[in-house]
Design a protein around this ligand. Sequence first.
Ligand code: G1P
Length: 297
Amino acid sequence: MTASTVTTAVFPVAGLGTRFLPATKAMPKELMPIIDRPLIQYAVEEAIAAGITKLVFVTGRTKRAIADHFDAAPELERALEEAGKLELAALVRETLPPHVHAVYIRQRAALGLGHAVLCARPAVGAEPFAVLLADEFITPRPGALNPTAALAAAYAGSGRSQILLQDVPASEAHKYGIAVPGPTPSEILGLVEKPAPGEAPSSLASIGRYVLHPEAFDILASLGPGKAGEIQLADAIDALARRGRVGASTLDGRRHDCGSPLGYLGAVIATAARHGDYGADFRGLMAAELAAGGRGG
Ligand code: G1P
């Protein structure tokens, strides 16, 4: 391992998921399933495929089920094995492979994404680290590196923090951190959190994947409240970018923003339509629904 190898990933999972109430009253939004795997598991699998071996979950109240999901479940495994359901037993066991370990830190107050990342500092130390927002559901183009692996490779080659960008329509810019473009597409000069309509510096949105130099922690610790009165991760990245310390990659694949019900439905439909077991039948169901014009009967 070299100083530029990224082996730790931070998952901020303390958010309330208000757009999915009452489904998220007692269940973390990160456990909402895309068919048979919860959102957080897709993000964890992306991180592990990128070489991550330490997962730091920044959690809050009502989020204990996330730790349970990645824990051993001996009674369930035994019951499945005794029933001869060995494949299911393996699926349950493998939510976390043995070489990967998880750390859970509670964010005691909802002070923003930047604050959540700062809460992970004692578990990360002075190492570079990835950050993955699980509600950004990303499927790389077949054959392309997954986004965390792509950002980690760019970090290793440059020693600079890295963010993932995607072109979004002007009408959507107010939902994202928007990049101030640099002299080349692989560099940014700033990041503006949720600009007001007409004030976006570009159409390039930051979409929930980061690999950060540990210097980001010092900046986060010095930040006051930003947009919405919260400590914003985008403000720390903006400060680093102004010093020429942030690189960028463009998404090579598809993305669904599962922070909203419509984005979540898009992720379910896109995954189901391509599913090895259910894909063909699902496409038939969709065709029938479309033919009925979405009406009952
Ligand atoms: C967060 C970040 C924002 C980023 C977005 C990506 O916002 O603050 O910079 O563009 O995630 O999903 P949130 O969607 O949590 O409000």
